[in-house]
Design a binder for this molecule. Structure first.
Ligand SMILES: [Fe+2]
Length: 369
């Protein structure tokens, strides 16, 4: 379900009450539903364009069924990936066969309905990072889930989807050949370390040389750091010289990398990472892929309870199609935890000082005022 501002023609008489919340064309609330229309308000409204929020059904989504990617399945997938690949050198056909079984589980989960990935699902502590390469596998799984959702939005066939998901799971395999001290190094890499790091696409392709994976899978591994405008590596390829699978993985890879917590820094809020990617459409990223990614990513499900950076708690009332990172929030509690009994909204499209700090996906949504 998406929401759009729809213009309404006002023919309002004084002494009526507003039958809906009324907004101006940029989404600023003019009049609350139920408020009396005085003569001065009537005059004001007559001289302005007035809008209401209107639900727009999205045919590609069964809008009311939104569920998180199941945590138990997610954890089993990370564990299986680790079992198959930790300390891997040359990848065998047997390892690929096992990975395709995981691909099928991912696609099956995502086929069912409108699934979102709760990016906070897996919190890795520093010890896990040190003792296992879990970081790479969590990242690979997140990228695979997000890439599969994006590719499905782009109309990929089941067969193409399977190889896209496989390529996404394997895209950073070459990082297993990079010493952990460099991979998890806090702070800036030296030039030598940076150059080594930038070789991971070729290391990955080298590891897969005996595995007989399809060329499109290798393309994803080798080209996921290429960029639409030619500023990527290893070859500086441009636009459609980069396989579409690799372009999808490029976008989802950056999104997950920006939002992930690292032992040495906190991840960016998802809305901020998405805005950075939207800003890169037509520059670093294929605009068609960015659009599909934006449309497939359920950042803030409708009715999700959120906490704003300023401490207020609210519920997502509407997600504007034009700017899904900045939903309309109906406030439930003020920043001192006091319940707000009257309907009060904050439009994040207008209030750029506020943003969503935390989201509670699973709270029951009954009983708010
Ligand atoms: Fe990479």
């Amino acid at each position: 379900m998406n929401w759009l501002l729809k213009q309404v023609h006002t023919n309002l008489a004084a002494s009526m009450t507003a039958s809906a919340d009324l907004f101006d064309k940029v989404g600023v609330l003019l009049l609350h539903k139920g408020q009396p229309i005085t003569e001065s308000i009537q005059k004001l409204l007559e001289n302005r364009e007035v809008f209401i929020w209107e639900k727009k059904e999205d045919e590609n989504r069964s809008a009311n069924i939104i569920k998180p990617f199941p945590k138990d399945v997610y954890e089993k997938l990370v564990g299986s990936l680790w079992n198959i690949y930790h300390e891997a050198k040359l990848i065998s056909q047997e390892q690929i066969k096992k990975t395709i079984e995981l691909v099928e589980i991912i696609i099956k989960q995502l086929r069912a309905t409108n699934v979102y990935l709760n990016l906070n699902m897996v919190r890795l502590d520093v010890e896990q990072f040190r003792h296992h390469d879990y970081g790479t596998f969590v990242h690979s799984l997140n990228v695979a889930i997000l890439a599969t959702l994006t590719a499905r939005r782009l109309g990929y066939s089941e067969k193409k989807l399977k190889y896209l998901t496989l390529g996404a799971l394997l895209h950073d395999l070459g990082k297993l050949n990079i010493p952990k001290e460099i991979l998890n190094k806090p702070g800036t890499l030296t030039e030598k370390e940076h150059l080594l790091m930038k070789q991971h696409p070729q290391f990955g392709a080298e590891m897969l040389k005996n595995s007989r994976v399809l060329p499109s899978v290798l393309e994803t591994v080798i080209k996921h750091h290429e960029r639409w405008n030619g500023t990527g590596y290893p070859c500086g390829l441009k636009k459609n010289d980069i396989h579409l699978d690799a372009q999808i993985v490029a976008v989802t890879d950056v999104f997950d990398a920006l939002t992930a917590d690292r032992p040495y820094r906190k991840g960016l809020p998802p809305y901020y990472a998405l805005e950075m990617i939207i800003a890169g459409a037509g520059k670093g990223y294929d605009p068609i892929v960015v659009k599909a990614f934006r449309e497939s990513l359920i950042l803030y499900p409708e009715n999700a309870v959120i906490t704003l950076n300023t401490g207020e708690i609210g519920v997502v009332a509407a997600v504007p199609m034009q700017m899904p990172t900045r939903p309309l929030i109906r406030l439930l509690k003020d920043n001192k935890g006091r319940i707000i009994n009257k309907e009060q909204y904050i439009d994040l499209m207008q209030d750029l000082t506020r943003f969503i700090g935390r989201i509670e996906f699973n709270l029951p949504m009954r009983g708010y005022p």
